[in-house]
Design a protein around this ligand. Sequence first.
Ligand SMILES: [Zn+2]
Length: 387
Amino acid sequence: MSIEHITIEIPADTPGCSYRLSYYHFKPDLPDMIGHAPKIFLQAGLHADEQPGTLILHYLLALLDEAEKLGQLQAEFIIMPMVNPIGMAQIQNHHHSGRFDMSTGLNFNRAWPDLALTIINEKPEILDQLQADEQENKKIIIDAISEWIDQQTAITAIEKLRFQIIKQVIKCDVVLDLHCDIQATNHIYIVPQLMPEYQDLADWMGSEVTLTAENSGGGSFDEVWPRLWIDLQRLVPNKPLPSPVLSATLEYRGLIDVEDALNKKDAKNLMGFFIGRGFVNKELEGAPASMPVAVPFDATQIIKAEIAGLISYHVKLGARVQEGDLIANILLLDGENAFRQKMPIYAGTSGIVFSLMLQKYIWKGAMVAKIAGNTSLASRKGVLLEA
Ligand SMILES: [Zn+2]
């Protein structure tokens, strides 16, 4: 057994600066029964201004240390509590901006490579090399992707960072990406093929809303890993390929929900999931409550402001609303009725209000609220995620 603390130096795009990616790798001594011990990857802070995940992984590290001492780990764990040092450095005028790369405007959680497409474009002969054995095929594909990564020449810091992460994740069986919303209840983004198989993840997390989309259109991190297998299987339906790996974006409430007691409990619940799945050999302390089943992400209404103004909400987080219910009012700041008139905003679907804004001054196109319904909405096509 070993616990490695790995630090990788990433030169910045400008002279005189560099970043450090620092993470932990728990490697238990396990019999090599299935080709390799299961590998579990967790990261936090890909959107560098979303901090609850970092504190949750701090507490998870302590739980993993304890389990390791007692010889209970049945899987490898790779833990990156601060996966985006580039975003952590983006302080301007006393304000931290961690969602978009300031150099390029790229959302740190978009435009991750489409791995199936990459393999087909770069190494099309791979498909003919596939065998009748699932594990053999898994190895062929993963080796090909690892080889492709090694052949790439990363120029910028963000490219270097991404290749370091992909190199680790491509070999993993479980990939959990910890984020948070602005002001929200716990929720999950996951591909539909993984549900309801992993309802236990939603239960342990206490996910009020589990949203499924196979391809939400932006190349978000969590979709890359299962889609590799989903897309390849469609291309070669006659060859046995592994089922998609478990990968999900776990949204731990909102920006301000960084609290010791709360996040310690979140870590304990993640551990409960790992114990339940046999990745940690330990007695379970109780069982989680059953959370709602997954719903399609295109059934979520993202209400956007059609006018600038000051918003006052008429609903609380977690409220169950009916289509037509009053969600908020926007006080007009412009025009003939400025400062006198409010514009009401109504729910466009029935469901649970799971995300609201923190700031009260909003402008045209700004997000006002997200309502998770059950029925796909005609207006929700193409790119489902926000920028
Ligand atoms: Zn995020």
